[in-house]
Design a binder for this molecule. Sequence first.
Ligand code: ADP
Length: 630
Amino acid sequence: MTANEETLGFQTEVKQLLHLMVHSLYSNREIFLRELISNANDACDKLRFLALDAPDLMESDSEMAVRISIDPETKELVIADNGIGMTREDVIQNLGTIAKSGTAEFIKNLSGDSKQDANLIGQFGVGFYSAFIVADRVVVRTRRAGNESSDAIEWSSDGDGQYTIKGIDKADRGTEIRLTLKEDAGEFGEAYRIRHLVTKYSDHVSIPVYLKNEVEKDDDSEAKSEWDQVNQATALWTRPRTEITDEEYNEFYKHVAHDFEDPMTWSHHKVEGKSEYTGLLYVPARAPFDLWNRESPRGLKLYVQRVFIMDRAEEFLPLYLRFIRGVVDSSDLSLNVSREILQKDARVEAMKSAVTRRALDMLAKLAKDDTEKYQNFWETFGECLKEGPAEDHQNKERITKLLRFASTQTNTEKQEVGVEDYISRMVEGQKEIYYLVSESHTNALGSPYLEAFKKRGIEVLLLSDRIDEWLMGHLQEYQEHKFVDVTRDGLELPGEGKDEKKEQKKESKAHKELLKRMKEALSNEVEDVKPSVRLTDSAAVLVLTEHDMGPQMRQIMEAAGQAMPVSKPILEINTDHGLLMRLESETDAGRFNELARLVFDHAQLGAEGKLDDAPGYLKRVNALLTELSV
Ligand code: ADP
């Protein structure tokens, strides 16, 4: 060991990931080349960007490239770039640890089933470490642009838990990665194979990728070699749409998003006029492991006039579209734009609204063209989209059209019904879109609130995700169709008119005494007691006045530590129900109160799926059962 040599252990997560990766990505191991070329390309992008302010960093070599060569003797595969390079600290940080938050949990959740894990690991992004799928030894030699040649670093590892670094001398800036191929990975030491893979995976990489060709020795000259450019090296998004194949779009996505799977769909557009930009947006096929982590990086890769500016610029998409990946390339922004500027620039705001529109159009098109795929999309990212109506008023109608719900019309918990389907099935005279929010789909299905709707054949949307009540708080209407909560007081069903009103009045009169007594007995629990016209089987329901907060929302707010004003619901009773008839004829005041409370308990259970006074309820039911069995 030389004086400056140091052996260090990988972070635990790296060790675990390396192990899993080598095992689960075996059948897909050629992707290592795409990962390494992507990193090399990123390193060149970064240098080009920094050199805008510090041209000296380019030294005397301003033509960025990736150079791949195969050592004819050892068959080692070498991938070199003249990008930004790394310092000693960079090397330790980047090639010894994983900085993504949530990594440990992610690894814990892998199943051990190599096929399944392969997909998940792909989603996580393996990057540099994928070299160990094909190599049993990896040596990285790197010098940060602008540093002395004697400040270069060599990193080497067998991928078995530790790595060694030492100082070296390296004349050219950038990074060179040397792979000693595993015995069964000899194919990657063949030029034709590498050439094929570069064309397959990295054709669109915007800098040239060269492959070294060995040329036969002439009689008296040295062995000559020449560099062959293998890829097209034009940034994909700058090419006309018609000339780009689906295959190329797919590969470019994998490069941008560091994903292993093809995307679900994409949108590529050039916008000219007031603000000029090109956008290439993708919807991934699978949710990233950190979709629900608010601090996770998100956003698009930003270029200005084809010069890479930053990864994951958040400013071009709203939060509810955080799952979208891709590129924006602006012609208007200045090259030295910073995050601070992005946040304030009016042109960025305008671009954001245009990009958002494109993203929503892309989803609408997917919904229209391919229901099955859209269903997949919805199951993967629907909950994000549900944040949309609250976040983005301007596009509320567009987002609403993209939402999918469970409904009384479909025999499934799956959210498959859109507002357009719903509207097309409205019954004669129906104007409003009815919905029910409840704790769970099962609770919703058995809900007494649905009785009147079933009787009339009216469809009701059933919502039971945590976010739903909040979502519905922001959805007032869609194309003049109001969203109406079926648990609210004052419902007027289609076809229901004067007759029902008259009926309700008549009922009120006929059962005046009962209503009065119940209201007295339940004065702490309810605001009022009214006869119901919507119940057929159940004894009673609780309804809320228009402005009250629903039970789900109340629970969320209370869980967040917010004290909520108590608003009492209205109890609607079914006077034809046996229990109510029994109550009506009850003369004993104590018994009446107990039974009235039981009616309320049942109504509460139906509405909220739980009781305020469970022990009291049990006592009351027990008393009743005992009485019955005597
Ligand atoms: P990711 O690219 O997803 O960040 P990687 O494991 O592929 O993850 O790489 C980790 C980091 O190592 C990169 O973010 C980059 O900073 C650095 N790196 C990798 N390859 C190179 C390279 N060829 N030149 C300079 N830096 C590199």
